[in-house]
Design a protein around this ligand. Structure first.
Ligand SMILES: O=c1[nH]c(=O)c2[nH]c(=O)[nH]c2[nH]1
Length: 321
């Protein structure tokens, strides 16, 4: 068989790990700042780019360096509100590439927001500082936006918000018993255990079915309020649920988020939760009891292996009515 019996099955390219930092200075008080820091991946695709892979023809290639320049340029020239809101920034970015380059058919943007929270000093030192910030947690907000040219129109085909790296632990209020047992099972049933996980989730946001340039002229949902709501419900259910398992608790988190009337544009939420095991240490060598649920106080935090539980919780057709 000749080498021509292969074809390009799929392809996309662009810039990854583009670091963006934007300062927004208050118009009335230039020392009062807001800041946003993002890591962005932006990938382009389209059938007219196929020759760049198959025929070494670079003529249709918008250089990945140009993609990086564009991400920085848009961070500078877009209205402050559109850069400070990661979802809006992503929507502007995908729209830019499809409205600028007729031969690009699809743009995918994945963004990670790095936290910068304003430092609040004692009142004697002036309270909330105008331009000093702290990284108060490793959790990150994520956004994915995908836009495609459909029938000559620029359409938003995917918009997702999310969280990653949100590390939580509860030292009681979690059990795991009644599970299937067979000759491979060694795990003891437990009625009170440590539950720790690093929350990763993403939720789909459905906007009105209009071309993206039209959507961008309309009033968009308050994406930051939705993001806070997802984080708050996740933490609330984690703390309050008398957990029967990671599976049962994550389902309740999804239920709470979708039941909140403020989240009507959220159609589903996917969780990925590792079960980070804490194992009671056997101190029997000193005659000290540490293995029973009631007296276990010293544990070995184990990095691996961990359980890994995934679920997508979605609205059923009836609940959309
Ligand atoms: O919440 C849990 N779900 C499981 O499926 C599982 N399996 C296991 O060993 N421990 C746990 N915990």
């Amino acid at each position: 068989m000749s080498s021509s019996s292969v074809h390009l099955a799929s392809a996309s390219y662009g810039k990854d790990l583009v670091r963006i930092f934007r300062i927004v200075r208050d118009s009335a008080d230039p020392r009062l700042h807001k800041v946003a820091e993002y890591t962005v991946r932006c990938l382009l695709s389209g059938s007219s780019l196929i020759p760049s892979y198959t025929k070494a023809d670079n003529s249709p290639v918008v250089a990945t360096d140009t993609v990086k320049n564009t991400l920085n340029y848009l961070a500078k020239v877009l209205p402050a509100a559109d850069v400070l809101c990661p979802e809006k920034y992503c929507l502007r970015v995908v729209n830019h590439f499809l409205s600028t380059y007729d031969h690009i058919e699809k743009v995918e943007v994945d963004l990670i927001q790095h936290k910068w929270t304003r430092i609040v000093l004692d009142q004697k030192d002036g309270g909330a500082h105008k331009h000093s910030f702290i990284r108060d947690g490793d959790d990150k907000r994520t956004v994915r936006a995908v836009s495609e040219r459909v029938g000559g129109e620029i359409r938003l085909t995917q918009l997702e918000g999310g969280i990653k790296g949100l590390l939580v632990l509860k030292s009681s209020g979690s059990a795991f018993y009644g599970f299937h047992r067979d000759s491979f099972t060694t795990l003891k049933e437990v009625h009170d255990r440590i539950f720790s996980t690093e929350v990763e989730c993403s939720y789909s946001i459905k906007l009105a079915s209009q071309p993206l340039p039209v959507l961008l002229k309309s009033t968009l949902p308050d994406f930051c309020t939705i993001s806070s709501s997802v984080r708050n419900h996740t933490l609330r259910i984690f703390a309050l649920d008398d957990s029967a398992s990671v599976q049962a608790t994550m389902y309740r988190m999804g239920e709470a988020i979708l039941a909140d009337s403020g989240n009507s544009v959220v159609t589903d939420i996917s969780y990925q939760l590792p079960n980070k095991h804490y194992i009671p240490i056997d101190l029997g060598f000193k005659g000290v009891s540490n293995l029973n649920e009631k007296d276990a106080e010293v544990f070995l935090p184990t990095a691996h292996p961990s359980g890994l539980i995934k679920a997508k919780i979605a609205r059923t057709a009836a609940s959309k009515l």
